[in-house]
Design a protein around this ligand. Sequence first.
Ligand code: GDP
Ligand code: IMO
Ligand code: MG
Length: 429
Amino acid sequence: MANVTVIGAQWGDEGKGKIVDWLASRADAVVRFQGGHNAGHTLVVGNTTYKLSLLPSGIVTGTLSIIGNGVVLDPWHLRDEIAKLEGQGVTINPDNFAIADNCPLILPIHRDLDGLRESAAGAGKIGTTGRGIGPAYEDKVGRRAIRVCDLAHLDHLEPQLDRLCAHHDALRAGFDEPPVDRERLLNDLREIAPFVLQYAQPVWKRLKKVRKAGAKILFEGAQGVLLDVDHGTYPFVTSSNTVSGTAASGSGLGPSATGFVLGIVKAYTTRVGSGPFPTELDDDTGQKLGERGHEFGTVTGRKRRCGWFDAVLVRQSCAISGVTGIALTKLDVLDGFETVKICTGYRLHGKILDYFPSHAADQAAVEPIYEEMDGWRETTAGARSFGDLPAQAIKYVQRVQELIETPVALISTSPERDDTILVRDPFVD
Ligand code: GDP
Ligand code: IMO
Ligand code: MG
């Protein structure tokens, strides 16, 4: 199992970026395979904080970083994010960074549509990041997308633009918006094309070569399993498949490349945007979790909703995504709580459930059944070995792994890269 696939096992923001950055020094390539710049991954290295939305987290360690075909790419955001990181001293060039040339683009009209729909949705609002992710994926499967490779053939774009505009003009008219300004769009694409094309290539070919040489590939998931368009809390989800299997289709490698599936799991639960959240706490405890965990969205700055750990949800995510082992993050945020609770099942209309039902109304109606444990007064912050953890914190970790039926491979005890406890190296069989 030379490769590792990192995915979020809750509603995103589990600390994937930190773990990918930590693992990147052991990998030869880091690949993003789904999502877009709706992701917000925070890396803390010494006194420097890096915030990445589109670039793979491996870029900070200088590891070969690749954006796979499963990602939707906003080329203007890409330019800004690269400039920001270069400003922080990170080197990014075609030797250490590549973009799949069959990657679909997020265009300004996608962002417009995302915003227009959310404003019109009323109570059905999803609470998206507003970055055009959903509309861009719709155009991909609708066979109307403009892709990275089109940037090298802009003189032949007319038929595709006809298809794209016929669709968007009708939608825009419904919102009293003017038709797509084709000339402006083409000019914008002409202006950005050389910047993107310097990194564009058939990345499946590069990855094939990397694999053949026996190199280790680290796949970096964005969002989390509960935001997966099939398996998540539909319709309050993102528009891509966030499960581990997407690593193969979203990069151009077969399913055997996935390797060790590392599910990133926060020691409690958070969610941004709308949708059901059984263990959500609207009280002082929820407030305390949010404050101690600095739970504000990296992309939108929105306050994250917080609640106790939900073992039912994580057990389900681990099963659906074939998780080999988990990285339990933000254990330190639970330091000092007199007692901690874990959700072990749900009550729905008088019945006990050991899984999360599929229908949104049932998902909203389930009542969590809790198990309560003593907390710990000592600090776990900065712990780098199991021996540094208080006995009660170890008990909590053990109870979590028992309930989710998946072993713990790593524990993270602060935002800092090296404050990480290694239980089992996912790169080693
Ligand atoms: P991602 O989207 O999964 O990469 O997660 P985010 O970066 O959006 O959110 C996780 C936040 O928690 C970031 O601010 C991290 O710096 C921080 N973080 C990660 N691991 C830990 C940890 O073990 N303890 C604490 N206190 N913070 C952590
Ligand atoms: P990372 O990679 C948390 C949520 C949005 C919204 C829903 C749909 O940092 O974990 P979208 O813009 O994707 O159409 O929004 O998905 N969402 C995330 N929540 N972390 C993320 O990424 C997210 N990316 C999208 O808040 O509820
Ligand atoms: Mg995030």
